[in-house]
Design a protein around this ligand. Structure first.
Ligand SMILES: [Zn+2]
Ligand SMILES: [Zn+2]
Length: 194
């Protein structure tokens, strides 16, 4: 996703109020993101189709919705899911939070892999520059990557707070430590570190 420059990596200026976004979606009775009807039955499913960007909470600040080909978690009512032809299943709040958290983690893992290695393939770095770090080789791209990663880390912290505030157990809590160790070992800082 990051190396394909999908909108998640492009919208460097937008800030998401994740607590608010999540609260809106996950109130016990919530409005369908498509039709606006209040419903207790919420369905969640994935699509790469650009239309999904309008109904995907993690694409809220996506600046390229028309061509967004990221794998998006779309959250709508049953009627809308049917009209859209979305492969979706009924989810409760906890399941949906787990899906959002998991997607956020996957994006952070991609950031990590990109910083560690993939950027060299992505930019077709000549062998004589193979020892360089991304911030030396392409400072502007690095700044974009760094900003995108920071926003994902902020999102992660918002998810984390949600679990704490709702007295629920965070799935796979060791993930955070593993991620932070790796990013710090690469010589970068992280909001998820110590
Ligand atoms: Zn609907
Ligand atoms: Zn998007």
């Amino acid at each position: 996703m990051i190396n394909e420059k999908t909108p998640a990596g492009d919208d460097v200026t937008m800030q998401i109020d994740w607590d608010k976004a999540i609260d809106e979606i996950l109130a016990d009775k919530t409005a369908c993101l498509r039709c606006g009807n209040f419903t207790e039955e919420i369905l969640a499913g994935y699509t790469r189709e650009p239309w999904g960007a309008d109904y995907a909470p993690r694409c809220k600040s996506c600046t390229g919705k028309e061509e967004c080909d990221a794998r998006k978690l779309v959250i709508v009512c049953a009627k809308c899911a049917q009209e859209l032809g979305l492969r979706a299943r009924r989810v409760d709040q906890q399941t949906m939070m787990g899906m959002l958290l998991n997607d956020c983690r996957k994006d952070l893992e991609e950031c990590l892999a990109y910083l560690a290695e993939y950027w060299q393939e992505d930019m077709d770095v000549p062998p004589e520059d193979a020892d360089k770090r991304l911030e030396e080789f392409a400072p502007e791209l690095y700044a974009e990557e760094d900003e995108a990663r920071r926003r994902l880390e902020e999102e992660y912290l918002a998810h984390h707070r949600w679990y704490r505030e709702h007295g629920q157990r965070l799935p796979d809590p060791g993930w955070r430590g593993d991620y932070a160790e790796e990013i710090i070992a690469l010589g970068y800082t992280s909001l998820l570190g110590d």
